[in-house]
Design a protein around this ligand. Structure first.
Ligand SMILES: C[S@@+](CC[C@H](N)C(=O)[O-])C[C@H]1O[C@@H](n2cnc3c(N)ncnc32)[C@H](O)[C@@H]1O
Length: 237
């Protein structure tokens, strides 16, 4: 996907996972600008790039919502697992569209909305049992037509959402167990950290019942195809 002489921006690079593999793909003829708001993340990424002898990455500690680049600075903008952290998604996507050269691509993944729960069941049960109203951080981007409209509204010419990452379960019970584990074990839905054991038990009981019912509803033939997963989005400037 990335041409060898490309200039690529990796937004919210973390410890450089994507930036480093992109820099390797580009070898010496292309280069990567890797930015993250966290200096600790960038230090780690720099350490990794240095150990690999990569000289075609520039690291930058910056909030992508504040930083500016010249128009048409990049051939591609990549961002893995970071877009839901943005405060003003529309404004930031608008900047990406101008930072890309015409024909350039912005590629990112995002959880589908509602986020990290099998449909809105988790949110409903939490509201019911503990009065918690969890933020659905993927609301603006985690839906195919919403994300397409958003990107087109800030100047992207064409948007593809070629695939959703689909998981299958073999029974409604297995589906319910897996979704419970992914909801409680994930840092952005820290229910196990904030609820008392008693509250957690109450939530789990209701959640498993509701998810098992949802699993039965979703079952087609033998498998349950869970539609609440990741979107991969490619927007063309
Ligand atoms: C889940 S990590 C993903 C890191 C990396 N892309 C990966 O896939 O391994 C999210 C990253 O987003 C960064 N981040 C969050 N908000 C940001 C912002 N406004 N500007 C730049 N980086 C940001 C965090 O510091 C963190 O490193």
């Amino acid at each position: 996907m990335v041409e060898s002489d490309s200039v690529v921006l990796d937004v919210a690079t973390g410890t450089g996972l994507i930036a480093i593999s992109t820099a390797k793909l580009l070898e010496r003829s292309g280069r990567v600008v890797a930015l993250d708001i966290s200096s600790a993340m960038i230090s780690k990424a720099e350490e990794k790039a240095e150990a690999l002898g990569l000289s075609n990455i520039t690291f930058l500690v910056a909030d992508v919502e504040d930083v500016t680049f010249d128009d048409a600075s990049f051939d591609s903008i990549l961002s893995a697992s970071a877009i839901p952290y943005l405060q003003d998604v529309k404004a930031t996507f608008g900047k990406f569209s101008s930072w890309l050269r015409p024909g350039g691509r912005f590629v990112f993944n995002t959880p589908q909305s509602p986020m990290f729960a099998a449909s809105d069941i988790g949110h409903r049960v939490l509201a019911d049992v503990c009065g918690l109203d969890l933020l659905d951080a993927a609301h603006e981007v985690g839906d195919v037509s919403r994300v397409k409209n958003l990107l087109l509204s800030v100047g992207f010419k064409d948007v593809e959402v070629p695939d959703t990452f689909v998981m299958k379960d073999t029974s409604p019970e297995a589906f319910a167990e897996r979704m419970w584990k992914s909801t409680t074990g994930f840092a952005m839905t820290p229910v196990d950290a904030v609820l008392s054991e008693q509250q957690l038990e109450g939530v789990k009981e209701k959640y498993i019942i509701a998810l098992t019912e949802e699993g039965k509803r979703l079952q087609v033939g033998g498998d349950i195809v869970n539609p609440y997963n990741e979107l991969f989005v490619i927007a063309h400037a």
